[in-house]
Design a protein around this ligand. Structure first.
Ligand code: ADP
Ligand code: ADP
Ligand code: ZN
Length: 240
């Protein structure tokens, strides 16, 4: 059972996925994070995708789908060993119609299903200011915003003490290019999922905690079975 977060760059997918994954017992699967790890490790995949990534363009579908399938295999293997995750919480995947179709095909082959797709809706002008103020901890991946979501002590990660930094692609040129790619390549997917009755939209232009609650309200009925309570991240309603 999988959940997909959709929304433009800066809509808060990563921020929400980090909060939701433990509560819903799903594994956060961010293709952007996986590509950044490959680039940092200078693996063959990383070296191949780096120039595309740096421009702010999408990595070819076949490479992206292969990366996702490998990760799903690992989640399934962990599940077989009784480890926690019930499925994946997709953040940043799928982003093209071809990826969505490939995901449908590979889930059908595996006997797995998408429980829900949530679109986090944020106006364009706010996306740009969110992306230009975003800072990410290079050690632990925690995401901050210089103004909207700063660490307790400026320049120091709350979680690990690292120094949050600006991503290379959170500069004006790549930001514009990525948002344009979203409009042309990814936004059409919303109709694809709406037609299948899987899509719900939440207002992403409210406080982080309110967005989390709106998502839990939207997906609660479909993911209720394994919803957990008692995480350190704030109150969680009993969805049952
Ligand atoms: P995405 O993964 O969709 O690209 P992020 O989760 O990285 O988006 O969020 C983009 C930026 O906006 C980050 O700096 C984050 O701290 C900030 N942010 C996330 N959610 C909100 C919110 N509800 N209100 C204000 N800023 C937010
Ligand atoms: P953002 O949502 O802020 O663009 P991500 O971390 O999700 O950031 O993605 C960063 C980059 O990683 C993208 O610009 C693209 O180059 C690559 N990428 C991530 N997910 C995908 C995907 N599903 N398909 C193709 N490329 C991807
Ligand atoms: Zn950190």
């Amino acid at each position: 059972m999988h959940l997909i977060l959709m929304g433009a760059q800066g809509s808060g997918k990563g921020t929400q996925a980090a909060r939701l994954a433990p509560r819903l017992r799903l594994e956060h699967l961010s293709t952007g994070d996986l590509f950044r790890e490959a680039i940092a490790a200078k693996s063959p995949l990383g070296q191949r995708v780096q120039p595309i990534y740096d421009r702010g363009d999408l990595i070819p579908d076949d490479l992206t789908v292969a990366l996702v399938e490998e990760r799903l295999d690992r989640i399934a293997a962990d599940r077989a060993e009784g480890l926690a995750a019930r499925g994946a919480l997709f953040d940043g995947f799928p982003r093209t119609l071809a990826q969505a179709e490939a995901l449908d095909a590979l889930l059908a082959r595996r006997g797995e299903a998408i429980a829900a797709i949530v679109e986090i809706d944020v106006p364009m002008d706010q996306l740009v200011s969110r992306l230009s103020g975003r800072r990410v901890c290079p050690n632990c991946g925690t995401t901050y915003h210089v103004e909207f979501n700063p660490p307790k002590q400026a320049g120091v990660c709350d979680v690990c003490g690292g120094t949050p930094a600006q991503r290379d692609d959170d500069k004006p040129g790549p930001i514009t290019r990525r948002l344009e790619n979203y409009r042309t390549q990814t936004a059409p997917l919303l109709a694809y999922y709406r037609e299948r009755g899987l899509l719900t939209r939440v207002d992403g232009a409210q406080d982080i905690e309110l967005v989390t609650q709106a998502i839990l309200d939207a997906v609660g009925p479909r993911l209720a079975d394994g919803a957990t309570s008692g995480t350190s991240d704030g109150p969680v309603r009993d969805e049952a």
